[in-house]
Design a protein around this ligand. Structure first.
Ligand code: NDP
Length: 499
């Protein structure tokens, strides 16, 4: 921890990483970074205003249009990504501690995030080496080839729930495809991104290829979104912000990909493996303190097992150890901020009017935790599927349990949501699982498991859960333009107007 404390007062913290250098912002402003477990200030980071954002964009533009970056082969880009993966791996423990300090999540969760971030860089380092493009079978004398090219300058805006992992999800495919990037982390969780960019500097990425600007959504994120020099915006965060980003990016018809919120149904049929379903139901909503876009926040349980299932789930939930992420015994850390805690508590108050509270519902007030944003894992049962707590994303450890009687009813309730990110299905009937899986209007379904995120597969949602897909080859495609190149074996005039 001593090395961490020293790093938190080092000079790069208050700077921005633009064009391969750590520089002061024009106004030399800083903003506090708060530890959500104590609400104490842990560092002061540099703030980018419009002038600074423009500098970063120009650096990225210049690197894309005029720099050596264009001449980098896939092999060379792959090497940079491999080195980034290695650096993260070598520093997993340090990065995990930094993430826990800034985000509050348990060290166990943070270590998993760091490993997944390294894997993301390694995955894109490898798939960019695969053959790309196609030759079409067209009529002679024509030849048609389809190639993929980088889009250009990518503005990447990320949230606070998985700070370093979201940076990896954005940077790795963009760099692999040959783009240049300007990354804006959440104002609440800028620290691991700063540390990552120190590693990027050590590795020796060409100047301007990756740039880091910290600051708020309105002052720092918005100028990035509104810039005519930016070709693409990739965003992960709340649906309302996503809509604003889409509106603000129309000036030059940027490519926009959005990974937004959810209210994911987790459906448990009576024929499911009971213990497995129970275990996953609690993991689905309470991991990362429920601050997960794909959290299984609506638990649909078949009526014949409903009462027992809820009773057993309450027993499991009451044993969850809430506390500091640094305590290895802790299973659930604090919420990200005082504001967010208040938002979650207001939903709980509303829930008390809409349904039956069976577990939790309170801020944790014991001596050690009372200054932090700790809340008990909370369960409401007999929730009307139309109730606000069953429709709106709470983004905290608050579960709405809803009974159902038939497959059709489960499907109807599950799809009755503005969101469509993910769904869980627990059953031992393979055909039923397959039927449900196909009819659910969501981007990913999990059968007899939950929250398995595969780097190799597409991640993203239907409806208000977003536009586009991250991860896998789909994620790489989102960072490319498609060009068709038509040639002819017969170089001759058409004669169209000569008769
Ligand atoms: P936001 O969606 O507002 O923040 C995500 C990112 O967008 C942050 O970097 C933020 O900046 C930035 N941002 C905010 N406003 C703008 C803007 N006008 N232009 C450009 N960038 C902008 O999340 P919040 O922290 O406000 O959380 C609100 C709700 O969003 C949560 O309660 C939750 O429901 C949902 N959410 C969903 C996430 C997901 O993974 N799908 C992740 C986080 C939140 P900054 O934070 O620096 O102000």
């Amino acid at each position: 921890m001593r090395a961490l404390t020293k790093w938190l007062s080092s000079t790069n913290i208050s700077k921005l990483y633009i064009n391969g250098e750590w520089i002061d912002s024009v106004k030399n402003e800083t903003m506090p970074v708060i530890n959500p477990a104590t609400n104490e200030t842990i560092a002061k980071v540099g703030v980018a205003r419009k002038e600074d954002v423009e500098k970063a964009i120009v650096a990225a533009r210049n690197a894309f249009d005029n720099g050596d970056w264009k001449t980098f082969t896939a092999f060379q880009r792959s090497e940079l990504l491999q080195k980034t993966a290695k650096k993260i791996e070598e520093n997993v423990e340090e990065l995990a501690k930094l993430e826990t300090l800034n985000n509050g999540k348990t060290l166990h969760e943070a270590r998993g995030d760091m490993e997944a971030a390294a894997d993301t860089f390694r995955y894109y380092a490898s798939i960019i080496m695969a053959p790309m493009g196609e030759t079409l079978q067209v009529e002679e004398p024509l030849i048609s080839k389809v190639v993929r090219e980088p889009i250009g300058v990518c503005g990447q805006i990320i949230p606070w729930n998985y700070p370093l992992l979201m940076a990896a999800w954005k940077l790795a495919p963009a760099i692999a495809a040959g783009n240049t990037c300007v990354l804006k982390p959440s104002e609440l969780t800028p620290l691991t991104a700063i540390r990552l960019f120190e590693m990027i500097e050590e590795i020796g990425f060409p100047s301007g290829v990756v740039n880091l600007i910290n600051g708020t959504g309105v002052d720092t994120g918005q100028p990035l979104v509104e810039s005519h020099l930016v070709d693409k915006i990739a965003f992960t965060g709340g649906t309302e912000t996503g809509k604003r980003i889409m509106q603000n990016s129309v000036c030059n018809l940027k490519r926009v990909s959005l990974e937004l919120g959810g209210k994911s149904p987790n459906i448990v049929f009576a024929d499911a493996d009971y213990e497995t379903a129970l275990d996953h139901a609690s993991f689905a909503i309470f991991n990362n303190s429920g601050q997960v876009c794909s959290a299984g926040s609506r638990l649909l349980v078949e009526k014949s097992i409903y009462k027992n299932f809820v009773k057993d789930l309450v027993k499991v939930t009451e044993k969850i150890r809430v506390g500091s992420g640094f305590d290895e015994e802790t299973q659930m850390g604090p919420l990200i901020s005082k504001n967010h805690l208040e938002k979650v508590r207001s939903y709980i108050e509303l829930g008390k009017k809409e349904a039956t509270l069976v577990c939790g519902g309170n801020k944790v007030t014991n001596d050690k935790l009372s200054n932090g944003n700790f809340i008990e894992p909370t369960i409401f049962m007999d929730v009307d599927p139309k109730a606000t707590i069953a429709q709106e994303e709470i983004f905290g450890p608050v579960l709405s349990v809803i009974p159902f009687e038939s497959e059709e009813e489960a499907l109807q309730i599950a799809n009755d949501s503005p969101y469509g990110l993910a769904a869980g299905i627990f059953t031992n009937d393979v055909a039923k699982a397959e039927r449900m899986s196909r009819k659910l209007r969501v981007g990913v379904t999990w059968i007899n498991t939950y929250e398995q995120n595969l780097i190799e597969g597409p991640w993203g949602g239907y409806k208000a859960s977003g536009i586009g897909r991250e991860l896998g080859t789909y994620g790489l495609d989102e960072y490319t333009e498609v060009k068709q190149m038509i040639n002819t074996l017969n170089v001759a005039p058409t004669g169209w107007f000569s008769n």
